[in-house]
Design a protein around this ligand. Structure first.
Ligand SMILES: NC(=O)c1ccc[n+]([C@@H]2O[C@H](COP(=O)([O-])OP(=O)(O)OC[C@H]3O[C@@H](n4cnc5c(N)ncnc54)[C@H](OP(=O)(O)O)[C@@H]3O)[C@@H](O)[C@H]2O)c1
Length: 308
């Protein structure tokens, strides 16, 4: 199978670094370049390449690309898409920011839920980390819910990116837990939009580096017990090796540096109408970089790796 060539815009970020590491070890996808304006000229770890400063108008110099990953802050993607279109390049653009997650012209890349849409896709928007975790926990039971799910989320501070800000400031985070965007967080809108029903989401950032944990309270329209609830998930994910389902409560430590998500801790009260589930994943991997690679593998038809 021919190796597909991938460019990364935003290669010095936390997600960019994970993408580079995955591509260095990938049998069918090869890093062609990674851009960073602040790190231009510096070696890219694990490769013979150096970071280069690429601007949108330069993209026409890379007609050999099969895929372009945009790992930039929100609001930056459109100019790259426009430049690719203007250059007439036939490649798959995968955007890791939120810029196209509500755009019906783009495929929303959550492979355990909509894998068939990803085959041959040319424009993919990668879900947010909390949005990935919440949807993995809610899709299998969305027809059983009465009212909005209530999602309490805690993220390691890498979720706030490498560019300094109060949510990744070690001094501010020390011995602390910071609630933020408690109404109308972009992931609340994203989850509700994809799921087709409202959810309530309260994000927090903590002093550990990577990983997220979501505790989700649910109300059911008909009574169910814990075992039946767990069975629903086991059945739903039986053909998806990256999603594991456990009776016990999953913890962040079990998924960091791993492309997997764990769903567990299925508790339902005596009425059978109120339950809780927990989901954990690595925000930089299943919540960003490894999911991006899953999506590109499906879009470019490179065959499935251990990450799919
Ligand atoms: N961190 C996570 O857990 C996570 C999870 C899911 C999705 N995402 C999304 O993935 C994207 C990248 O996240 P990240 O955490 O890797 O961010 P980051 O660590 O802050 O990296 C941002 C990258 O974008 C480049 N950049 C270009 N224009 C920029 C600008 N105007 N301001 C700041 N940086 C700019 C930076 O490099 P140069 O400045 O050197 O060019 C850097 O390579 C974001 O859209 C984020 O929302 C992040």
């Amino acid at each position: 199978m021919p190796v597909k060539k991938i460019g990364i815009i935003g290669g010095r970020g936390f997600v960019g670094a994970e993408l580079i590491e995955i591509l260095n070890d990938h049998p069918n996808l090869e890093l062609e370049f990674a851009s960073s304006s602040s790190n231009a000229g510096n070696a890219i770890p694990g490769t013979d390449l150096t970071f280069i400063d690429v601007q949108p108008e330069d993209i026409k110099q890379f007609p050999q690309l099969d895929g372009l990953i945009l790992a930039l802050p929100n609001g930056q993607a459109a100019k790259w898409v426009q430049a690719v279109d203007q250059a007439g390049l036939d490649l798959c653009i995968l955007d890791i920011s939120a810029d196209f997650r509500f755009d019906a012209g783009w495929v929303y890349g959550l492979p355990e839920i909509n894998r068939q849409l990803l085959h041959g896709a040319r424009r993919i928007s990668n879900p947010g980390c909390y949005a990935t975790a919440a949807q993995l926990a809610l899709f299998p039971i969305r027809d059983m819910l009465a009212g909005p799910a209530n999602i309490f989320g805690v993220s390691g501070f890498s979720g706030a990116g490498a560019t300094p800000n109060p949510k990744n400031d070690p001094e501010h985070l020390k011995d602390n837990l910071i609630p933020y965007s408690l109404i109308d967080h972009i992931h609340e809108r994203e989850i509700s939009h994809q799921l087709g029903q409202p959810v309530h989401f309260s994000p927090h950032v903590a002093s550990f580096f990577r990983g997220i944990s979501l505790t989700i309270h649910l109300n059911f329209s008909a009574p169910i017990n814990s075992e039946a609830l767990r069975n629903k998930f086991e059945e739903f994910y039986q053909d998806h090796p990256l999603i594991s389902v456990s009776e016990t409560i999953p913890e962040v430590k079990q998924v960091v540096h791993s492309p997997t998500a764990r769903i567990g801790g299925f508790h339902v009260d005596e009425t059978g109408r109120h339950g809780v589930i927990i989901v954990v994943l690595d925000n930089l991997l299943k919540g960003a970089a490894s999911q991006a690679i899953q999506n590109l593998e499906l879009a470019l038809g490179t065959g499935q790796s251990k990450r799919n």
